[in-house]
Design a protein around this ligand. Structure first.
Ligand code: NAP
Length: 259
């Protein structure tokens, strides 16, 4: 018996094979879950469908721009149909900020750039959980995980507006954990160390961040997507049934260091 046999999951935020969301998908599939993917728009559709087709059986894929309420409603209707009206797990692996807001000084951040980053990177966790709730209630409860980063708590040069987003994402995660706990729905975050992905390449000086962490972290290296995906699996699975509102660091121990 697989740990997640008979369980269903929605994974958002697969852009390509390097995506943390794809690593989480692989971990969930390896442990017996059925997984559905969403893609933001037509630009990404063929890439996501090609990855989904590599799985046996191929994974169902649904279009959803998480900032568009009708998309979220329509996607959860389709997911409900796919999974017989129930859903056990959600991975929120979505973030975006304009390139100009991921360099230079935070004092230069425009109101538009701030709103856009917060809407995509934080508000979407709330709208996803609203969409998932009826399906999770039908399943008798559920578990969700979102992806955060240390830059939400400490100053990481160039992370800028995304640091503000991760701070509010972690707070939203805790408020959701409180709000949805009465429905037996858990909500947690994985705070991942830097990993090379499309989104990460948008941050100025990202390869310097990788080198710095590898030098300073207790494990003396960076983490892999697989390690982050496995931590998501833990927080989604019954193995973590007593944990909600928590941030789990998967960063080779970097966050404990003072110097
Ligand atoms: P990624 O592969 O580029 O994934 C980011 C995903 O967010 C993409 O699939 C992107 O789609 C999607 N997205 C953006 N706007 C969206 C919207 N409106 N609706 C639906 N999807 C949308 O990069 P990643 O590094 O795996 O990022 C996943 C999560 O991990 C993010 O929350 C990121 O902040 C977090 N994280 C990453 C690191 C790291 O070092 N990589 C570390 C800690 C935390 P498009 O390609 O269409 O924009």
């Amino acid at each position: 018996m697989g740990l997640l046999d008979g369980k269903t999951a929605l994974v958002t935020g697969v852009a390509n094979k390097d995506s943390i969301a794809w690593a989480a998908t692989r971990s969930l599939l390896d442990h017996g879950a059925r997984v559905a993917l969403t893609y933001q728009n037509e630009r990404l559709e063929s890439r996501v469908r090609a990855l989904a087709a590599e799985c046996d059986p191929p994974l169902p894929c649904f279009q959803m721009d998480a900032t568009i309420e009708e998309d979220v409603t329509r996607a959860f209707e389709a997911i409900g149909k796919e999974f017989g009206g129930r859903l056990d797990m959600v991975v929120h692996s979505i973030a975006f900020a304009r390139k100009e807001d991921l360099a230079g000084g935070i004092v230069e951040t425009s109101a538009d750039g701030f709103k856009l980053a917060q809407e995509v990177s934080t508000y979407t966790l709330i709208s996803l959980m609203r969409g998932a709730l009826p399906l999770m209630q039908a399943a008798g409860g559920g578990s969700a995980v979102t992806l955060s980063y240390l830059g939400g708590e400490r100053v990481v040069p160039n992370y800028n507006v995304m640091g503000l987003c991760k701070a509010s994402l972690e707070s939203a995660m805790r408020y959701l954990a409180w709000d949805l706990g009465k429905h037996n729905v858990r909500v947690n975050a994985v705070s991942a160390g830097p990993v090379k992905t499309l989104a990460a390449r948008g941050i100025s000086g990202f390869s310097g961040m990788l080198d710095y962490v590898a030098q300073k972290a207790p494990l003396g290296r960076n983490v892999t997507q697989e390690e982050v995906g496995n931590a998501c699996l833990f927080l989604l699975s019954p193995l973590s049934s007593g944990i909600t509102g928590e941030v789990l660091y998967v960063d080779a121990g970097y966050h404990i260091m003072g110097m």
